[in-house]
Write a protein that binds this ligand. Sequence first.
Ligand SMILES: O=CC(=O)O
Length: 325
Amino acid sequence: MAGENPNFQNTDPPTVLVHRFPTFDFPPGNRLSTQFHLLDPITSPPTSPVLLHSIRALLCIGPVPVTPETLNRLPSLQIIVGSSAGVDHIDLTECSRRNIAVTNAGSAFSEDTADYAVALLFGVLRRLPAGDRYVRDGFWPVNGDFPLGFKLGAKRVGILGLGSIGSEVAKRLAAFGCSIAYFSRKKKTSVLFPYYENAIDLAANSDVLIVCCALNDETHHIVNKDVMVALGKEGVIINVGRGPLVDEKQLVEFLVRGELGGAGLDVFENEPNVPKELLERDNVVLSPHCSVATPESFEALQDVIIANLKAFFSNKPLVSPVQKD
Ligand SMILES: O=CC(=O)O
């Protein structure tokens, strides 16, 4: 009830503290500032410690870390609204200990990210960027035919993480005639795709692995040397999740030794740095962590952020809470 909620006792919009790197700004067309009083220490410093003590809601823009030190400065904090699907930059254990709710981008990015995973897969199998370079660099008239690519249809696709993004990937690739299997934290009772109990078994029964699970202690380097061996020489790895889900050093070695068929990578272990060995390889498609980056996704993201903040300030259930388990 509004009467019980200090934020609705006056007509001022509720205050939300913004937490971001100076280089990460709101996407264009920010609708949040019309509904909330956004306190952004980067554009209007300094923020007094007294004010910080009263802050109940924090809005994280991008992957800016939320550490115990961040939380120590905000003793009244009750909610952290994240703007990304992955929340590995937020110390969830500490938030749960302090009873601070955390929300993420929900499914705002899922369709665009799934499209992008498919695009990377096409890029690798049909050598799209390599073909583009071949034409632009003038090799076509000189060398003639371009090497064959590989058909997408009928590939056995293993999805690591059948959440909101993984389910969209499955839908798309099933429509291309691929068979789908998955590994997730738990078998999904509502899903008919074959489930494997670990990443190695999934890889052993797949031609392509699509990595779209959350990064946490259990999934760090979930695609390791053993998974790469199981996937085999023709296998392709697509990563639209987080760089550290894949052991990048091993991935480079497998690709250099010809023990993997290729990789499509939107994320890296040490962004924005990309291992130089990958730059030289035509069976690798690289992109700068941008699978979510469309105006449509950012519009949808604002809807989710606004819905979460409104729900919080009116004591209603959050729209996209992140569970720490
Ligand atoms: O990488 C982007 C996201 O997690 O939303």
